[in-house]
Every structure is written in structure tokens, then in C-alpha cells.
Design a protein around this ligand. Structure first.
Ligand code: ARG
Length: 754
């Protein structure tokens, strides 16, 4: 009896451990071998083939990487296909930039939302691309055997680079596909990803910011959350179904697969999986690396970004036009700024350094047990530690020089766009040969045409008064933070001339530079003169900053080659040390999935956080005085009349967001959260404050993914926006024996066997 009891306890322990398996951003091609049994235990009902198949359509065909590049190597967000007509769901903050670009004071889609009531009203977005993965392959064996330990890191990357180039060529099918090959586990493995890239992606619908960004920067990175963080796009193709640039004749994509949407909602412990393109994690960063970040990296970044945001905020609050122009840039920087603050705090609160040190102690003990190991790994950690020590003094000035100098005011950054033209004008001047001079002129004309185009883009989202103050504030920061030898000579002269008054200095630049005015830029470009450019104060200041930045860079000892080698060995070693552990590679903007369950958490002593939030919570947070917490009248009306249609929870309430313990990071934004039956139940959009160190160390007890419930998304589209045209395209499942509203279409073609 006793034995059996013990056995049961043992099994419970084992399965208990398994049930907590929420950490990991897994590679799709290994789902069957590494994860499937675990996933089944958690409740998954699909077969591995239904999820990832190269031969048949499968769930992975509905996962989309969003990028602003025609041949992306990475993705800023994830989206998912939800209809037979190429309809995409992603986050509001992922579509924010596109919505901003279409917005003006007259058509303020940021504030009012945007809904295309027909295909003809959908808005094209220049440059936005949607990538769908065809297949992936482990190409380690084509690369690693050609490398050896006697090669220097640069030799290694040269050899690897050549093979990668060849593999790309062999697999792109005459340019049909975008082939991406990346190193994994810090250079210990290589994988190839083959994508179809669609180039006509149109905006279909976005809620007003008062819903899509409800809670603003105050609630960002935090739970409890009440944000309807979603936006709707559509992929278009050429009439024959192939990817094509925007053209009127294009037609909606006929996808291989799309996700049905469930109205069943979630309960604690329900299975969830999330698919997408997590951007980057550094889970194997050493304790010395974490300490280096705490001491040298976060403080200047937080100060530099914060200083600029303060100025922007003041001007945005004063003027609606400025608010629209800077909305997207502000949101992006504010998001990063709060991320770094949270990460630094999380690392301290959770003693990540201590935890990593303990692990490194185990590693050292393991190494010392064996002579061969000693030979290979003995100096790995000390090498890494020494490199960080060496880097530390140089990195702070470099960060300030880049954030407050060249990356400070918009006008300085803009001036750097004229560097190419300057070089050409200079070369032309020095050229004696007539025909060569004429050739140069062709290049100059081309550069001028490019600059005319970029001028339109630059000034569209530019406010003079705002940037003039940014220049004053950031220049002051530059002077305060950097030693005199890094102050550009030209700047020192200007300071003297303006009696140490940064505002006067900035005013001088803005008055005398042609780069502060679009018309002046165009007249300059109509007849570009080297003399005028070289004398321009914004251009001179930029050049001064640039030169000093290069000096700062030279002082910053990178040791990137030695570091790469040490990190490769470090990761190799920790994998060898734990032969029974299943490892997942750090995120690197390649397709991954993570699985787990719906979970609540206890953020602090005596505080418990539930795993769902409701529309009532939106009303509780309402503050008409604070633009982050304004509640649209229509939403209040729907709340008061409880007009939720079929989207209400079982208890009659409207769920807004929920939590899972999946392992995600930036780039996963917009990712589908999928239930045990393969149905979409929400869109992942954030992480939580108590686990902001998660990109460096997973925190199982605290780390949660914040999800906007699919039912809230549909409720906003249908009831709030009245965009029934969008809802009509979706395949909506509801298994509970409750009357389903008649407007909801029958599933067109059941995508998955239920
Ligand atoms: N923290 C989220 C992420 O990085 C972005 C949320 C956007 N919301 C906001 N208020 N800025 O994915």
C-alpha cells in the first residue's frame, strides 16, 4: 500500500511539474517530438499534423509576420488570418503607425477609429508587408561541420555567411520566396525559414484609441488591464493569387488556412497556445551581463528617452495637430522607456543576478569534475565577465552621445540624410574629367530625387516648435553627461555665441538652417550647393555629433568576436551539463509557439489578481479629465443597456482581457491565443509589471501574458462600430447550448474537425 501511495505521489509530482511547463518559445518543426505529449496533457485536442505540416494546410499557415521591409529578416508584430478572404487580426498598437499615417486633424482615425464598411474603403499602407511561413529546416549540418574551433570568429562567420548565401539562393525558387537563415543557441545551430511575402496589406478597421489604447502608458505593461488592443487588416494578392505590390485590381488573399473564433471564453487552467514571432530574449545572459546592464545600460537609456518624451508630451498636450503627428513615435518610445524601467526593477526585485550566480556556481562545479570539460569551458565565464568589465566605462558616454546627440532632435537626425549628397557634391567638385563629372551629376540627381521624397515624409510628422525645444533639452543633456573632449567644437562655439543659453542656441539653428523648413529644403534641392550645405548650422552640428559619436565608439571596447565565441561555448556547456532538459532557443524573430494555461497570480503579499477583467472595470477606471481613461459614450451606452449580443460571458458580463502563463515577448504582439480545439480565443498584447525581467529570466510564478478576449474584439467590431461586414466574414464557434444570434453566419467551411 505504502509503495503504491508513494508511487502515486511520485507520479503526481512528475505530472505536476509537467503541468507547469509554460516556459519556452518552441520551434514549430519539433512540436511532435518535443512538446506534443505535454500539450495533450494540458488539454490540446488537435493532432501535430493539424498544427504544423509542410504537406497539408495547417494552423501555422494562418500565422503572419508583419514588417516594414519587402524582404524581412524579422517582424515587428504578429497577425493571424481569420477569414477565407485574407482578413487579419493584430493589435491596435501594431497597426498604430499605419492608422497614424492615415490620420489628420480632419480625419483623426487615432481618436475616432476607422472602419471600412466595404472593400473599396480599405486603406493601403505603403511598405507594410505580411509574411507567411512555407516551411522551416534545420540546416546546422550544412554549416557547423564546415566550421572549427581553430577558426577565428570572423573566419567562422565568413564561412557560415558563404554557405548561408548559397542555401538562400538554392531555396528561394528564383526569387519567389524570402529565405531567412539564422543562428540559434548562440551559434550552435542554424535554421532556415522560407516565407511568402505579401506586399499589399490594407487597413480594414481600428477602434478609437479610447478603446484600443485604453489605459495608455499608465496601464501599459500592467495588469489588471482593460484595453481593446486590436486592429484589422487584409492581405491582397494579384488576381492569380501571387504576392503583388498595391494595385487596384488586386484581390483578397485566399489563404491555405484561417482560424475559427470561439465564443466560449476561458476558465482557469484552460489550455492555451500562442503562435508568433517573438523578437528577442537573452535568457542565457550571465550574471555579469545582467549586472552590466543594471549599472551601465538602463540608466542612460531611461534618462535619455525620458527627457525627449517629456518635451514631446508638453507639446502634444497643447496642440491636437502635434498630438497626431507625434502619436506613433511617442507611443513607441514610451513603450520602450517603461520597458527598461520595469526590466531594471524586475531584475532587482527578483534577484536575477543572485539566481544566475547560483547557476553559474553549479556550472563551475560541473566543469571542475572533468579534465576535458576544464579544457573547454574553464575560462568561459571569466572571459565573459572580463569583457563586460572592459566595456563598462565606454558604454555610458556612447549611449548618451547617441541618444542626446545624433538621435536627439529630429533636425539633427534629418541632417544626416544629407550625408550622401554632401559626399557626391564634394566628389564632383574635385573631379577634373568632364565625362566623369557628368556621371556624378546623374548620381547627384538621383540623390536629390530621393531627398525630395524623404522630405515629404519627414515634414509630414514634424513640428518645428516641438523639435526646437527637443534640441535645447537634449543638447543640455549632452553637455551635462559627456566629458568636454566629446563636445563637438562647433557646439562649443555656438554655446559661447549664445551665452550658454540652450534655447537661444536652438533658436539660432532653427532660424538659420534650411532643414527646419520644407520649402527651404526643396529650394536647396532644386539647386544643391556644397557651400550652402557645409555651412548649414544643423548640418554642422550633426557632423560634430557624428564625429564625437565615432570617437565614443572607438573608446567602447566591443570584443564582439571573443564575446561571440565565449557565449557559444557557454550555451554549449550549459546544454551538455543538463542532458535531460529540453532546451528552446532564445527568441530571434523566427516563428515560435508557446503553450500553457489560463492563470491568475499573486503579485505581492496579500494581493491576488484574478485572470479576467470586465467592461465594468473600464467604467471604474473612467476619468474624463485624463485622455488615457476616457470612455466613449457609445461604449457606456452598450454597457448600461447590457447590449452584448452573443459576446457576453456565461455570467452575462462582458470580459475584456484575460491572463495566461504563456512565454512571449515583444514581436508576439498581435499573436493568436488558441484554445484546445484550435480556435482563436484572444490576441496576446502585453506582459505584466511584476515579471518585466522575463526576457532575461523566466519567472514562472509571476510571469503572465495579457490577452484581449476575442469576444471583446467581436463585440467592439459588431456592436460598437456596427461593422457587421467584418463579422460576416468570420467563422464563429459556440459550443454552449445558448441561442446564438441569428446574424452570425454559419461556419462557412469548418476548418478543423471538431
Ligand atoms: N507593452 C506592449 C508591447 O510592448 C505595447 C502596448 C502598447 N500600449 C501602450 N499604451 N503603449 O507589446
Amino acid at each position: 500500500m505504502k509503495r503504491i501511495a508513494l508511487f502515486i505521489v511520485f507520479i503526481a509530482l512528475i505530472s505536476g511539474l509537467k503541468l507547469k511547463a509554460d516556459e519556452g518559445m518552441w520551434l514549430p518543426m519539433y512540436i511532435e517530438r518535443l512538446n506534443y505529449t505535454d500539450m495533450q496533457k494540458l488539454g490540446l485536442q488537435l493532432t501535430p499534423e493539424e498544427i504544423y505540416s509542410v504537406n497539408h494546410s495547417s494552423l501555422k499557415d494562418a500565422i503572419v509576420g508583419l514588417s516594414n521591409s519587402p524582404n524581412p529578416e524579422g517582424y515587428f508584430c504578429t497577425a493571424e488570418i481569420v477569414s477565407t478572404q485574407g482578413l487579419l487580426f493584430t493589435n491596435h498598437h501594431c497597426g498604430f503607425d499605419a492608422v497614424q499615417k492615415h490620420s489628420s486633424v480632419e480625419h483623426d482615425y487615432l481618436a475616432d477609429g476607422f472602419w471600412a464598411m466595404s472593400r473599396a474603403e480599405e486603406l493601403p499602407n505603403e511598405g507594410l508587408t505580411a509574411s507567411i511561413m512555407i516551411r522551416m529546416e534545420n540546416v546546422t549540418d550544412s554549416i557547423i561541420p564546415q566550421l572549427n574551433d581553430t577558426m577565428s570568429t570572423s573566419e567562422r562567420s565568413e564561412v557560415a555567411g558563404k554557405i548561408i548565401k548559397r542555401l538562400k539562393k538554392a531555396n528561394n525558387e528564383d526569387g519567389k520566396y524570402n529565405v531567412v537563415i539564422k543562428s540559434f543557441f548562440h551559434g550552435n545551430e542554424y535554421y532556415m525559414f522560407i516565407y511568402q511575402v505579401y506586399k499589399d496589406v490594407r487597413l480594414v478597421g481600428a477602434p478609437p484609441s479610447a478603446i484600443g489604447k485604453f489605459g495608455g502608458d499608465t496601464d501599459n505593461w500592467m495588469w489588471p488591464r482593460h484595453t481593446g488592443d486590436f486592429t484589422v487588416f487584409r492581405i491582397y494578392t494579384a488576381p492569380d493569387g501571387s504576392p503583388a505590390e498595391y494595385a487596384e485590381e488586386n484581390v483578397p488573399l485566399k489563404p491555405k488556412y484561417y482560424l475559427p473564433i470561439s465564443l466560449d471564453g476561458v476558465e482557469k487552467d484552460d489550455f492555451t497556445m500562442i503562435w508568433g514571432f517573438p523578437g528577442g530574449t537573452e535568457r542565457t545572459l550571465t550574471s555579469s551581463g545582467v549586472q552590466y546592464n543594471l549599472d551601465n545600460y538602463y540608466p542612460p537609456i531611461i534618462e535619455g528617452l525620458g527627457a525627449k518624451l517629456d518635451v514631446w508630451r508638453t507639446h502634444m498636450d497643447e496642440d491636437k495637430e502635434v498630438r497626431i503627428k507625434y502619436a506613433s513615435s511617442y507611443a513607441g518610445i514610451a513603450n520602450g522607456w517603461k520597458y527598461f524601467i520595469g526590466q531594471a526593477k524586475g531584475i532587482r526585485d527578483l534577484d536575477v543576478v543572485g539566481e544566475k550566480k547560483a547557476f553559474e556556481g553549479q556550472f563551475t562545479a560541473w566543469v571542475n569534475l572533468d579534465e576535458e570539460r576544464k579544457d573547454r569551458y574553464d575560462s568561459v565565464l571569466t572571459t565573459i565577465d572580463d569583457i563586460y568589465k572592459d566595456r563598462a566605462p565606454g558604454v555610458v558616454p556612447l549611449i548618451y552621445a547617441s541618444l542626446a546627440g545624433i538621435g536627439g532632435a529630429g533636425i539633427v537626425d534629418y541632417a544626416s540624410e544629407f550625408n550622401g549628397l554632401q559626399a557626391l557634391l564634394q566628389q564632383q567638385k574635385e573631379e577634373k574629367d568632364k565625362s566623369k563629372k557628368a556621371k556624378k551629376q546623374e548620381q547627384i540627381d538621383k540623390a536629390v530625387a530621393g531627398l525630395k521624397e524623404s522630405a515629404a515624409k519627414h515634414f509630414k510628422n514634424y513640428d518645428l516648435a516641438t523639435d526646437e525645444e527637443v534640441l535645447a533639452v537634449m543638447t543640455q543633456l549632452y553637455l551635462d553627461k559627456l566629458p568636454a573632449n566629446l563636445h563637438p567644437e562647433y557646439l562649443t562655439k555656438l554655446i559661447e555665441k549664445n551665452d550658454n543659453d540652450m534655447y537661444a542656441l536652438s533658436a539660432y539653428i532653427f532660424e538659420n538652417s534650411f532643414m527646419s523648413d520644407q520649402n527651404k529644403v526643396i529650394s536647396f534641392l532644386d539647386d544643391p550647393s556644397l557651400k550652402v550645405l557645409d555651412k548649414d548650422p544643423a548640418y554642422q552640428l550633426m557632423q560634430g555629433f557624428m564625429q564625437k559619436m565615432m570617437e565614443a565608439q572607438a573608446n567602447y571596447k566591443r570584443h564582439s568576436n571573443e564575446m561571440k565565441k565565449a557565449e557559444r561555448l557557454w550555451v554549449e556547456g550549459i546544454r551538455k551539463m543538463q542532458p535531460d532538459k529540453t532546451f528552446y532557443p532564445d527568441a530571434n524573430s523566427t516563428m515560435r509557439f508557446t503553450y500553457g494555461t489560463v492563470q491568475d497570480y499573486d503579485p505581492k503579499d496579500a494581493i491576488h489578481y484574478d485572470y479576467v477583467t470586465h467592461l465594468s472595470g473600464v467604467m471604474q477606471k473612467e476619468d474624463p479629465e485624463n485622455d488615457e481613461f476616457i470612455v466613449p459614450a457609445k461604449l457606456k451606452e452598450l454597457y448600461e443597456t447590457k447590449d452584448y449580443g452573443p459576446y457576453a460571458n456565461e455570467d452575462g458580463r462582458m470580459v475584456v482581457c484575460f491572463l495566461t502563463n504563456n512565454d512571449i515577448t515583444g514581436g508576439n504582439s498581435g499573436s493568436p491565443v488558441i484554445n484546445a480545439k484550435g480556435e482563436l480565443i484572444g490576441l496576446a498584447f502585453d506582459g505584466n509589471w511584476e515579471a518585466m525581467s522575463s526576457d532575461i529570466a523566466f519567472a514562472p510564478k509571476l510571469q503572465r501574458t495579457i490577452v484581449v478576449d476575442a469576444r471583446y474584439v467581436l463585440f467592439i467590431i459588431d456592436k460598437f462600430a456596427g461593422a457587421g461586414n467584418i463579422v460576416d466574414e468570420l467563422t464563429i464557434h459556440k459550443t454552449l447550448p445558448q441561442p446564438v444570434r441569428s446574424e452570425i453566419p454559419e461556419p462557412v467551411a469548418p476548418v478543423l474537425s471538431e
